[in-house]
Design a protein around this ligand. Structure first.
Ligand SMILES: CC(C)(COP(=O)(O)OP(=O)(O)OC[C@H]1O[C@@H](n2cnc3c(N)ncnc32)[C@H](O)[C@@H]1OP(=O)(O)O)[C@@H](O)C(=O)NCCC(=O)NCCS
Length: 203
């Protein structure tokens, strides 16, 4: 009993210095991506993230986001879902690349992702909170798969939090299959990771 409480106290004490991330890796073969599954959505339109859109991004999401996007434009392709009725308003975004910028990462972890030749990595997947569950990300990911297929890529993969039921639903609906789990841990600046399942999609 005492050991139980001691463990609990220790956990609480180290919590501010402890970071953990458990993600699922999912992958899709673009050749077999069935175009019939493409989520046609009459209300939405695809917009590529280009320099001339950054001002609008800054107005909507602030300087940090627009600056982050600006820094990615050379290596990655940014996709926005916008409402046809209001094309200046971004309601969801996602990025893909075949060569990830060095300092890309999530929640304090740097992702060391180098997609295999012919593969693309989809990352920074986000729908505006007030516009969720209206099909924006299903639409956007479909468009990204279609776009990358047209550019000659064979496979696409992404990671999402293990508990992210919405991503689980969307990716399985689109035909992604589960590659496995990965984990990142950091305690007092000391980082450990188990990313062997990610390495199956990377070099
Ligand atoms: C995950 C996220 C991108 C989904 O975007 P979205 O635009 O709402 O997605 P869609 O509307 O296309 O689809 C959501 C699907 O998940 C389902 N869903 C939502 N919450 C769910 C839950 N808790 N359990 C099960 N299914 C759920 C919806 O019903 C919908 O499925 P349906 O179309 O078959 O009804 C959005 O919630 C988000 O930005 N979350 C925060 C950032 C994030 O988690 N990014 C992913 C990191 S890779």
């Amino acid at each position: 009993m005492i050991t139980y409480y001691i463990k609990k106290i220790i956990k609480k004490l180290i919590k501010p210095f402890y970071l953990s991330l458990d993600d699922m890796v999912v992958e899709i073969d673009l050749d077999s991506f069935n175009k019939n599954k493409l989520a046609l959505n009459e209300n939405l339109k695809l917009q590529y993230c280009e320099k001339n859109m950054l001002k609008e991004v800054e107005t909507q999401f602030g300087f940090i986001v627009s600056n982050e996007f600006k820094g990615r434009l050379d290596e990655s392709r940014g996709y926005f879902a916008v409402l046809k009725s209001k094309p200046s308003e971004v309601i969801a975004w996602a990025w893909s690349c075949d060569k990830l910028r060095k300092d890309e990462g999530a929640r304090g972890f740097h992702y060391d992702v180098h997609p295999k030749k012919g593969s693309v990595y989809i990352f920074d997947v986000m729908s505006v909170p007030t516009k969720r569950n209206i099909g924006a990300m299903t639409f956007l990911l479909s468009k990204i798969l279609e776009d990358n297929l047209q550019q000659g890529f064979k496979k696409a993969f992404l990671t999402h939090n293990k508990q992210n039921k919405a991503m689980e639903k969307i990716t399985s609906k689109l035909g992604f299959s589960n590659v496995g789990q990965i984990s990142y841990r950091r305690l007092f600046g000391n980082e450990t990771k188990d990313i062997k399942n990610l390495l199956r999609c990377t070099q």
